[in-house]
Design a binder for this molecule. Structure first.
Ligand SMILES: NC(=O)c1ccc[n+]([C@@H]2O[C@H](COP(=O)([O-])OP(=O)(O)OC[C@H]3O[C@@H](n4cnc5c(N)ncnc54)[C@H](OP(=O)(O)O)[C@@H]3O)[C@@H](O)[C@H]2O)c1
Length: 488
């Protein structure tokens, strides 16, 4: 079923996220006829575009950033007819009058009911002011009986437990919890959603999914990219806040949760929150942080993090995190979970590896004598895939074991369009489905988990920071750190 007719108001419409992700995703939804019949995107930013100027700019951006290739001019024209723009400074409460007038005009001319979806794609310091101004102009509440309001909030959602709680309290005083959609685009990825289907639609996996059969669980989100032009933002964030507190924690929540009694947003999110509540408190020894120094990839020299634009010359911000932790409950007691994430590494990969225990008694020689042959690898980044690894006999006269892999690639699903994460999540918010969005309690629990580390590092900024060459595998195991750096 298509979403209700509504207006999507994007704050930050002249920014990077809008041009690279939001408008291309909206175009894909439009092209697939998944948007409502009467639907308008209203862009908001300070840059003084006219409506026509904004459409012209976005036409070029769409041609550049659409993954499905350059679209037909006619389709592009029909989509862009639905795109409007209003220039205003969101810091200036008086200017919201322009927004209210523009919304009223669009609703009148396009015959759209009192249904507004706001998207905060602006720097996080603007979130509270925008919410305040929406309250002051009365735009946060629907006036029509069957109208609705929803607001999507980008990451980062806070920079510590305290700031996340403050932002939550603030937003919840202006919008209802069920109207707030905290986005984590990892949850929009097909393979991530498939964790739930794989686990809860298949007895063969779910019956092994516990401490009796699983040795350890490894979750990786590693990138060859550096910090691009985001030095200023990254200096205030670092890998722990940028990747661990949100993306990796959410992946872990799906891997570790119990089955809900029904596939319902609140029941699902209850189960994720229960996992977060069971986390064993972290100590600084469980977490290793690194920063890249100059290195090279394919003979091309790469600068050190401290030489990047917007980064302090003596920065101690971490560009790499490895951590080991435990979940204190019956299913997972004693099973180590590992997170690895970093920038400027040798390879880009985002994957979840379930390491199964070895057989109790080894009969054969070969690869799997020390470690188990059995792994389930869920590759979360494109091309998304699932691989099951197991031992088989090497042909010949001896009983020698070799590990083989049974692979399923998502793009082998012929004729099935695989939507990107933002398409999926935008459509969910339009339909009022918050299953794949983060609820207040889970968000605060994830901050509560990492906050002691954030504070410990702030107190002793240089202590324990290790360096790795750009383009390498990350920090090398040394001394006690070896246990954390070698999953299994
Ligand atoms: N880019 C990504 O891939 C990505 C990924 C995940 C999360 N995010 C999050 O998404 C948000 C936006 O990121 P971005 O990369 O798009 O940033 P960006 O390129 O710097 O864009 C920021 C946008 O906010 C607008 N803006 C800033 N101050 C404003 C003000 N006072 N009044 C009105 N508009 C204002 C800017 O427009 P004007 O300068 O024209 O006013 C611009 O459109 C951030 O919270 C970021 O953390 C981004």
């Amino acid at each position: 079923m298509k979403p209700d007719n509504h207006i999507l108001i994007i704050f930050g419409a002249s920014g990077d996220l809008t041009k690279r992700k939001l408008l291309p995703s909206l175009f894909e939804l439009f092209d697939r006829d998944m948007l409502p019949e009467r639907f308008v995107v209203l862009g908001v930013a300070r840059t003084k575009f006219t409506g026509e100027g904004f459409r012209k700019e976005q036409r070029e951006n769409l041609k550049r950033f659409l993954k499905s290739g350059e679209p037909a001019d006619k389709t592009l024209d029909s989509f862009l007819e639905r795109v409007h723009y209003v220039a205003l400074d969101t810091d200036d409460a008086r200017e919201y009058r322009l927004l209210a007038e523009k919304i009223a005009e669009i609703r009148r001319t396009e015959d759209i009911p009192d249904k507004l979806l706001f998207y905060l794609a602006v720097p996080p310091q603007n979130y509270e002011r925008i919410a305040d101004a929406l309250r002051e102009t009365g735009l946060n509440r629907a006036q029509e009986e069957r109208g609705w309001r929803r607001i999507i909030v980008e990451k980062p959602f806070g920079s510590s437990l305290e700031t996340a709680q403050r932002l939550n309290r603030h937003l919840c005083s202006i919008f209802g919890e069920d109207e707030i959609y905290r986005i984590d685009h990892f949850l929009g990825k097909e393979t991530v959603q498939n964790i739930l289907v794989l686990r809860f639609a298949n007895q063969i996996f779910e019956s092994l999914w516990n401490r009796n059969y699983i040795e350890s669980i490894e979750i990786r989100a590693e990138e060859t990219l550096g910090i691009e032009n985001r030095g200023k933002y990254y200096e205030g964030a670092g890998a722990l806040r940028d990747m661990v507190q949100n993306h990796l924690m959410q992946l872990m929540g799906f891997v570790a949760m119990e089955a809900p009694s029904a596939f319902d947003a609140e029941l699902m999110r209850d189960e994720v929150a229960k996992v977060f509540r069971s986390l064993h408190p972290l100590s600084p020894a469980d977490v290793i942080r690194g920063q890249y120094v100059a290195g090279e990839v394919d003979g091309k020299p790469l600068p050190a993090y401290r030489e990047e634009q917007g980064v302090n010359a003596d920065s101690t911000t971490e560009t790499y995190v490895a951590m080991r932790f435990y979940i204190d409950n019956w299913r997972w007691g004693g099973v180590p979970f590992y997170f690895y994430t970093g920038k400027r590494l040798a390879k880009s990969k985002s994957e979840i590896i379930i390491h199964f225990k070895n057989v109790p008694h080894r009969l054969f020689t070969g690869m799997c004598t020390q470690d188990s042959c059995n792994e389930l690898v869920l590759k979360v980044d494109a091309p998304e895939s699932i691989s099951l690894k197991f031992g088989l006999k090497v042909p010949g006269s001896f009983f020698e074991v070799k590990r083989v892999s049974m692979d399923f690639a998502y793009d082998s699903l012929c004729n099935t369009y695989i939507a990107n994460a933002y398409e999926r999540l935008l459509l969910d918010a339009m339909q009022g489905d918050s299953t794949l969005y983060t609820r207040t309690d889970a968000l605060e629990l994830s901050w509560r988990f990492i906050d002691p580390i954030v504070r410990a590092w702030a107190e002793k900024p240089a202590e324990g920071l290790v360096f790795y060459p750009a383009g390498s595998e990350g920090p090398m195991p040394q001394g006690d750190q070896g246990d954390v750096l070698c999953a299994k």
